[in-house]
Structure formats: structure tokens, C-alpha cells
Ligand binder design. Structure first.
Ligand code: G3I
Length: 446
């Protein structure tokens, strides 16, 4: 019985989390025997596993053009459990001509992520940069309609596959509380609100984030302006779930501020999750990396950290050597500092649960397939207290689960799953007899 794998003891829980992350990273072989592999590898030896132990993720930006580089994919597969397409989802990449969507490169990233058990942050739906020429020629109502159509086109293509979308990126000006002067802004102040409302309708299961840089310091005018907007949105019911703090640090106006933790706490107090979304620091000082990660770990609603690239030469500012791995793929001192900070996470600092009640949604994410088995990721949103019921066809059976407390009833062909200390993201390996049809699934708050 799968339920036998479960225990409330910390040691076994850590072992299960490790097995789960290993399974997610390495596909079916690990998924079938999570405990055996977990025993061979102590907890917290990779960034993703160490972050998962406090209920968080550790991610990186990845680039479709590098997925053929084995050294790159080996590090990414091993260390990270969330990926952000670095450039593949900007408007010029996904809608180079009006109404004609191109997902080739973005699909390469998302398919790689799904095959390797990673979640995906979508980046970015509306951004003043990376716009195709056709969009820059529009204004007024025509531009507003094109913005809506773009959000709908991209989100429909990736519906159910994206953990969180950067719905709007970098909409505020540097050094003031003003909005950035852009073609989007010139359609009217309400363009951000309209984007979030469109996005919620397009994929209700995806978390919707506002993302920006130089908003780490609580005292900066830009931070205050974003805070005021998020406070206004949450007070009026405009759908927003998260705020991303890019943390491209020490680039002139954006040094590491000692009050970053205060900023994270104050935004979280508005009822949104906060995430560090594009972290890089020139020279990769270990102390700064550890401090930033420590700030996230200290805030219960800080749900994860993403670094903006894998190895130094992969960085958009490679000359600054700002990342955790050097050009040979070796771990830098900052890597060790981050890993130690994650492993030292205070028990109880895990993301705070939402109260029982309400509703929840379970979304299936098809993963790796083999002749007689397939992996299925499941993402539950809407509640932290849930019961998912998965009904398989009579020719199928469950052979493994990860990141979840699960009970398999072979008589009824029903899997009953409850939170396993890893949030709403979990998975199952299903054995089939030539009929790999997806199961039916339902979710109820518990
Ligand atoms: O792929 C073309 C190549 O064919 C061409 O020869 C070459 C010549 O310029 O350009 C290549 O495209 C470049 C692309 O990165 C891929 O390498 C673009 O010029 C270049 O502008 C683009 O830079 C990206 C930048 O955003 C602007 O879009 C960086 O990789 C990317 O890391 C950076 O990421 C941003 C986040 O999206 C938002 N926050 C800030 C962050 C850093 O600027």
C-alpha cells in the first residue's frame, strides 16, 4: 500500500521529499523506487531538494538554445525544480506577427521541464521590452485589444502547464513612483488591472504575478509605488497572487538592501505570495547570496528563489560572473552558501497554509511515457487543504507517487491523495496495458 510510505517523522518526511525530487528530476526509474534512491543520497544535497524541505522551490532561467548542451542540462536537471524560459516567451518570440503565434522555442523549454519533472514560471506576458514591430505601431483601443489577444493566445497554449505567469513585467519607472512611459501605459492606467483580469479568465489555475527589478528596498519610491498598486488590487479584488522581485543586484541603482526582508514581509502581508525571480549578483559574493536566500526563508509566503541562469557564461551579464556555477560547471562558494542557508531553514518557516474551505482545482500535467507506464504531474490550486480523487480505467494501476500522501484502492481503481508537505505539486506513475488514457480527477477542500 502506497500509504505505508507515509510517516509524520521528520526523517522520513525529508527522505520522501528527496526521493520525490529525485524522481521528478530523473524520470520513471527514480519515481518507481523513491525510497531506495533517497537512502543513497542524504537530504539537502541539491538546491531543489534543500529548498523543498522548507516547502519552497529553487529555480533557474533556462535557454532553449542550450538544451543540447549536456553539461547544462545535467546541472539544471540535478539542481533546480523550477525553470523560467529566459527569452522564449516574450511577445516578439511568441507573437512575431499579429495573431500568428509561434511557440517552437518556448515549447522546447516547457517540454524539457515537463519531461524532467520541473515546474515552469511563464515570463512574460506584457513587457515594454521584447515587443515585435507590429505591436509598437498600434495605440489606443487597437493596442489594448492586441494586448488582450496576446495574453489569451499564449495562456491558452500553455493552460495547465504553468505554475505562475509574470503577467506584467517592469511597468514602473526607475527612481520615482511613476509608471514607466510605454505604449501599454499610454492606453490608460488600468492596463495592468485589465491584464490580470484577462489572465485569470484565461487560466484560472495559474498564479498571476507582477514582476519588477529595483523594488527590493522598502524605502525606494518604486517599491512604494508597486506596493500601493498591489494593495489597491487586493483591496478591490483584482486577481493577483504574487509579486516577483527580480533581484538583479548591484547594478548601479540596485544594490542588495538590508531591508529586503521588510519589503518581502510587507508585500506578503497584503495576502500575496512573494518570490525572488531573477537573482544574480556581480562576483557572486557568498554572503550576499546567503543573505538574499535567508530573507526569503524568513518570510512564510516567500515561496521560492530563481537565479537568472545556470553557469556564469550563460548569464545575460556574463562578464560579471554573477551566478552559482562557473564556466566549467563547478560549484562556486555562493552555491555552498545558498545550500547551507536552505538547509538551515527554520522549521515552521514554510509557506503558510491558506485556511480550509473554498474550492480547489487539480490539473494534470502528462510527463514521461514508456510502453507500459507513464508519469503524471498534478498541480492543486485554490486551497492548501485538499483531497484529490483520481479514478483510473480498469486496465490501469498506480505503481508510485511522490510529494503526496496517497492511498491506492485497487478494488475501486481509485487513488486518494492528500497534501504531502510539498504544496500542491505532486505526481504519480501509472501502469497501463496498452491504454495510456488519462484518469479522471476531482478536488475538494478538506
Ligand atoms: O538570438 C539573437 C541572435 O540571433 C542575434 O544574433 C543576437 C544579436 O543581438 O541577439 C540574440 O538575441 C538576444 C537574446 O537575449 C538571446 O540571447 C537579444 O539581442 C538580447 O537583447 C536578449 O537579451 C535578453 C534581455 O532580457 C532582453 O530581452 C537576455 O538574454 C535576458 O536575460 C534578459 O532578461 C531580462 C528579463 O527578461 C527581465 N528582467 C531583466 C532581465 C535582464 O535584462
Amino acid at each position: 500500500m502506497i500509504g505505508r510510505l507515509l510517516s509524520s517523522s521528520r526523517v522520513i518526511r525529508r527522505t520522501l521529499v528527496l526521493g520525490a525530487v529525485a524522481a521528478l528530476s530523473m524520470g520513471l526509474a527514480m519515481a518507481e523506487i523513491p525510497r531506495a534512491n533517497a537512502a543513497a543520497d542524504p537530504p539537502g544535497t541539491t538546491l531543489g531538494v534543500a529548498a523543498a524541505l522548507s516547502g519552497r522551490y529553487f529555480g533557474t532561467a533556462i535557454n532553449a538554445s542550450k538544451l543540447g548542451d549536456t553539461a547544462y542540462t545535467t546541472i539544471t536537471g540535478r539542481e533546480f525544480d523550477m525553470v523560467t524560459p529566459e527569452n522564449e516567451m516574450t511577445i516578439d518570440a511568441t507573437e512575431p506577427w499579429q495573431g500568428q503565434f509561434v511557440f517552437t522555442n518556448a515549447d522546447r523549454v516547457v517540454d524539457w521541464a515537463v519531461r524532467n519533472g520541473k515546474r515552469v514560471r511563464g515570463h512574460a506576458l506584457l513587457w515594454h521590452s521584447g515587443q515585435p514591430q507590429w505591436l509598437l505601431t498600434l495605440s489606443g483601443a487597437a493596442l489594448r485589444q492586441a494586448m488582450t489577444d496576446h495574453i489569451n493566445g499564449v495562456m491558452a497554449h500553455y493552460k495547465g502547464k504553468i505554475y505562475a505567469w509574470d503577467v506584467v513585467n517592469e511597468a514602473f519607472a526607475d527612481g520615482s513612483g511613476a509608471r514607466r512611459n510605454s505604449n501599454f501605459q499610454r492606453t490608460g492606467d488600468d492596463w495592468i488591472e485589465a491584464a490580470f483580469r484577462t489572465a485569470r479568465a484565461a487560466d484560472p489555475a495559474a498564479k498571476l504575478c507582477y514582476n519588477d527589478y529595483a523594488i527590493e528596498s522598502w524605502t525606494s519610491a518604486k517599491t512604494q509605488a508597486v506596493y500601493t498598486m498591489v494593495k489597491d488590487f487586493t483591496s478591490r479584488g483584482v486577481p493577483i497572487d504574487c509579486v516577483g522581485f527580480q533581484a538583479h543586484l548591484s547594478s548601479g541603482s540596485d544594490p542588495y538592501p538590508g531591508d529586503f526582508r521588510t519589503t518581502l514581509q510587507n508585500f506578503a502581508a497584503l495576502g500575496v505570495d512573494v518570490q525572488i525571480t531573477e537573482l544574480d549578483v556581480p562576483g557572486a559574493p557568498a554572503a550576499t547570496y546567503a543573505a538574499v536566500v535567508g530573507d526569503c526563508l524568513a518570510v512564510s509566503r516567500c515561496t521560492g528563489v530563481t537565479v537568472w541562469g545556470v553557469r556564469d557564461p550563460d548569464s545575460w551579464r556574463s562578464g560579471d560572473t554573477p551566478l552559482l556555477f562557473d564556466g566549467d560547471g563547478d560549484k562556486k562558494p555562493a552555491y555552498t552558501a545558498v545550500l547551507n542557508a536552505l538547509n538551515a531553514a527554520v522549521p515552521g518557516a514554510s509557506p503558510s497554509p491558506t485556511p480550509p474551505g473554498g474550492s480547489c482545482t487539480a490539473t494534470l500535467l502528462p510527463g514521461a511515457k514508456w510502453p507500459a507506464r507513464y508519469n503524471l504531474g498534478v498541480t492543486v490550486t485554490g486551497s492548501d487543504h485538499w483531497v484529490v480523487t483520481m479514478t483510473l480505467s480498469r486496465t490501469q494501476s498506480v505503481v508510485a507517487t511522490w510529494n503526496v500522501r496517497a492511498r491506492w484502492d485497487s478494488a475501486r481503481n481509485v487513488l486518494t491523495a492528500r497534501p504531502g508537505g510539498h504544496g500542491g505539486s505532486w505526481g504519480v506513475t501509472i501502469k497501463h496495458h496498452g491504454r495510456p488514457a488519462l484518469p479522471t480527477v476531482s478536488c475538494r477542500p478538506a
